[in-house]
Write a protein that binds this ligand. Structure first.
Ligand SMILES: NC(=O)c1ccc[n+]([C@@H]2O[C@H](COP(=O)([O-])OP(=O)(O)OC[C@H]3O[C@@H](n4cnc5c(N)ncnc54)[C@H](O)[C@@H]3O)[C@@H](O)[C@H]2O)c1
Length: 251
């Protein structure tokens, strides 16, 4: 993992109790940023904080359901009250109800509330602080299902396409005001979200064979993209959906 010099910077990461969000939070902390670890899962979030601190980093946990306007605002307020500013945000919390029928309205609505409205609410609160500072970088987690279709998950696919669109909107809206907005589009990444698939060796093998690089991605490989998109190394990049999928949608 490349270590950036993020000393004095402050990052918020949602969905940071697990998987991609935890990997990003730990990578930010290892690069010197102070991190607000946000999640509904308190024990997982505290575990991320403990790991960041054990490695010498600075981090606090904020319980947050991103679909709640008040909790999204409280999250950003915590970053400012705790560390005085907000430089980077990774809006990553998401659900993928692999086993549920997303044509059923409650499942559809929960997917939209977390995967889309949650990203919008966080972006709105984060941008208010970043615009006042005159600088900031926001990275949303979409998916390759935000760029290509998926026959089994209508809500997940629709929300992830919408996250790509919302990312492009934010990029254009704030381009002249110092705030860049990008998203990552991961392929299949080895996290608890895909446990149902990865625990079945025959299905795992099929997915690995369909992936040109021949394996699942690691959460750290997505975190690497997020940190690059937050760093000045990507200073001319905004509105970009960065595909991190082992080549899955290359053909
Ligand atoms: N794992 C993959 O293959 C994959 C592929 C493409 C995109 N993604 C996306 O990456 C993101 C992270 O997923 P992951 O694979 O790390 O899964 P994960 O299940 O390991 O982590 C998701 C985290 O989000 C949290 N969360 C869920 N709802 C929340 C809410 N309302 N408010 C706050 N936190 C909430 C969960 O508690 C959990 O800690 C998601 O947006 C997901 O759609 C994952």
């Amino acid at each position: 993992m490349i270590k950036y010099d993020f000393d004095g910077k402050v990052a918020v990461v949602t969905g940071a109790a697990s998987g991609i969000g935890r990997a990003t939070a730990l990578a930010f902390a290892a690069s010197g940023a102070a991190v607000v670890v946000a999640d509904m899962n308190e024990s997982g979030g505290e575990e991320t904080v403990a790991r960041a601190r054990a490695a010498g980093g600075r981090a606090v946990f904020q319980r947050c359901d991103v679909s709640s306007p008040a909790e999204a605002e409280a999250l950003v307020a915590r970053a400012v009250s705790e560390y005085g500013r907000l430089d980077f945000a990774h809006n990553n919390a998401g659900i993928n109800s692999l086993a549920a029928d997303e044509w059923e309205l409650p499942n559809w609505q929960r997917s939209l509330a977390v995967n889309l409205t949650g990203v919008m609410l966080c972006m709105k609160a984060e941008a208010a602080v970043m615009l006042a500072q005159g600088k900031g970088a926001i990275v949303n987690t979409a998916s390759i299902n935000g760029l290509v279709g998926n026959p089994s998950q209508p809500a997940y696919t629709a929300t992830k396409h919408a996250v790509v669109g919302l990312t492009r909107h934010g990029a254009l809206r704030w381009a002249r005001k110092g705030v860049r907005v990008n998203c990552v589009c991961p392929g299949v990444i080895d996290t608890p979200m895909v446990e149902g698939v990865s625990a079945r060796p025959e299905i795992r093998k099929v997915i690995e064979n369909m992936t040109p690089l021949g394996r699942f991605g690691k959460p750290e490989e997505v975190a690497a993209g997020v940190l690059w998109l937050c760093s000045d190394a990507s200073s001319f990049v905004t509105g970009h959906p960065l595909v991190i999928d082992g080549g899955a949608i290359a053909d």
